[in-house]
Design a protein around this ligand. Structure first.
Ligand SMILES: [Zn+2]
Length: 69
């Protein structure tokens, strides 16, 4: 997993605002993408933070907090 943590997150001061907002938009669009089950290629649904559940094989998979990798 190569999730980059944004420094200064939570402190959106002047100068950082624009860039961080772009970065957040990227993250949000990734969240909206459907995640694919690595076992059966079914659709994964985020059940809890870091936990994904496959709609097809019903397996629970631990993944990233927001996106499955
Ligand atoms: Zn599956």
């Amino acid at each position: 997993m190569t999730t980059k943590k944004i420094k200064h997150a939570g402190r959106f001061g002047a100068g950082y605002g624009k860039r961080i907002r772009i970065k957040l938009n990227e993250v949000e669009s990734k969240q909206r993408k459907k995640q694919e089950c690595p076992l059966c290629k079914g659709t994964l649904k985020r059940e809890a933070q870091g936990i994904w559940k496959c709609k097809k094989c019903l397996k629970k998979i631990a993944g990233g907090t927001y996106t499955f990798k």
